[in-house]
Design a protein around this ligand. Structure first.
Ligand code: AMP
Length: 212
């Protein structure tokens, strides 16, 4: 069954998806991370996606569907966490088309106010290898510029510059927010407060998923 983790850029979806995977053993697909891997590997999808992502815009729906379909695998009772998909109504409808084999059990909106999102995104840093997230003030790596987990370089994402952040927040409002109404109508939407310590937010999310 599918659990969708949604929310604005900077809401902490990636950090929490990593924790939920590590600690609860859920299968997870972060579409942003999957695309960044394709860009790094220089694949056909990576070539299409790279510049679009740097500008903060959405990668075409058919590309995303190829990635999601390939990763979902066989139907399973186990939780499959989707981080960053769907991001618009077309993608939500496409996913509904798979509901016979991969039903959506719950959609969790991680809610963070806009001024806090901007603070988080401007200070965000990320491991170039394993994707672990850091923040220059709130959660720096132990050694500056080096990942605590895999010792590789910690960098700023290309799309965390002021211009791309503004585009991404606008796209969230215009394209992604409508999916909240789509799932609310299906009584699948739960809102979780995304402000607090990483541990507090983790417990809130775990509580929602375990209550399904
Ligand atoms: P994220 O890591 O979730 O912030 O995603 C980074 C970027 O990847 C986004 O700004 C988009 O360019 C692209 N991306 C990730 N997921 C999707 C999606 N479901 N649909 C379209 N583009 C996506």
């Amino acid at each position: 069954m599918i659990v969708i983790l949604t929310g604005a850029p900077g809401a902490g979806k990636g950090t929490q998806a990593n924790l939920l995977t590590e600690r609860c053993g859920y299968a997870t697909l972060s579409t942003g991370q999957a695309l960044r891997n394709q860009v790094k590997e220089g694949t056909e999808i990576g070539k299409i996606a790279g510049e679009i992502m740097d500008r903060g815009e959405l990668v075409p729906d058919d590309v995303l569907f190829k990635i999601v379909k390939a990763e979902l695998g066989a139907p399973s009772e186990k939780v499959f966490l989707l981080d960053g998909y769907p991001r618009n109504i077309t993608q939500a409808e496409t996913l509904s088309g798979l509901s016979d084999t991969h039903p959506v059990a719950v959609v969790i909106e991680l809610y963070v106010p806009r001024d806090e999102l901007i603070k988080r995104l401007s200070g965000r840093r990320v491991c170039s290898e394993c994707g672990t997230n850091y923040h220059i003030d709130m959660a720096p790596p132990q050694k500056e510029g080096v990942c605590d987990k895999c010792n590789k370089e910690v960098i700023q994402r290309k799309d965390d510059n002021a211009e791309s952040v503004a585009v991404r927040l606008d796209i969230f409002d215009k394209n992604t927010k409508p999916i909240l109404g789509f799932y609310e109508q299906k009584s699948l939407l739960k809102r979780v407060d995304g402000v607090g310590s990483t541990e507090e937010i983790f417990e809130r999310l775990k509580g929602v998923i375990e209550s399904i």
